[in-house]
Design a protein around this ligand. Sequence first.
Ligand code: ATP
Length: 335
Amino acid sequence: MQHYTIATLGSHSALQILKGAKDEGFKTLVVTLEDRENLYSRFSFIDEIVKIKKYSDFFKIEPQLKKRNCILIPHGSFVAYLGDEGNKKISTFYYGNKQVLDWEGDRNAQYKWLKLANITLPRQFTPQEKINYPIIVKSYGAAGGIGYFYAKNKTDFQKKLKSFVPKKYIIQEYVIGVTIYFHYFYSPLNNQLELMSIDKRYETNVDSLGRIPHVNQQGLVIDPSFVVVGNSPLVVSESLLPQVYAMGERVVSESKKLMGPKGLYGPFCLETVITPNKKIYAIEISCRIVAGTNLFVSGSPYSWLMYNEPMSTGRRIAREIKIAIQKKQLEKIVD
Ligand code: ATP
């Protein structure tokens, strides 16, 4: 594996990805802003640090990455800092199907994909039609729970819309239930879907409203917000698992019809709300490694059942690349 270097941007889940890569025998490299060099130099599993002044300088150092035979592992910061178009321009080996970016980045396209995959989704409304409340309004490009508002009725919606800056947004039924994030991994090498781990996000202030009894909230103007500040590990009732696997498999299978024969592969996450009658609503799909997997650097209960050794999502990616190289099938999993 010494022939290839696993590389990523210094942010999000870089530590997990590079630790996993080193455990699988790869050389490792991080591309980072100058002020984070100090952080990444603390970890012996990172062989090389390439500094840039700003993220848009990434393309200036790309020739260095190619010279080192790098395979780039995208994570949440790739789209946030380089944009969809920036990601598409990357010409270093890139782990993932770039066609997925268009389906994921457009909320309506994403909705269509999940609907075709027969996933239960919250109802969506246009501002013109009769809306059933409560709702959540989401701007395009919102991330980390910022760029949302909740409305309990029409007056509330119209009032909040006035001060809502984004022009592109969707209106979604607000599903009352618990939010649960399923981390999957799909391998096109053996055509298997794995459940790597599960987390729940800790969102302020929505996760704290129950701490103040309803009577004490009366008269206070408190709007729920969904700003993510942490993640907790979770296991779900085993009786839910057949449904959880089936959902992931349908999403992958539909992706092969919509976004080229390769479809969606590698890690992805279905972000869901589960209601008291155990209906699983998907509110979003993230088509790469998500930050919630950082809880499981040494594996999760689910990955332990599969591997009998510590297997993070980051390590699973490196294992996949290793197998692909050994089988001379790298082209199946890089773009
Ligand atoms: P990411 O950072 O993964 O891109 P995001 O900011 O786009 O996420 P979502 O995961 O879509 O955000 O939603 C943020 C939070 O808003 C969820 O964790 C959940 O608490 C709440 N939420 C979103 N949609 C709904 C819904 N339809 N019903 C109930 N709660 C919702």
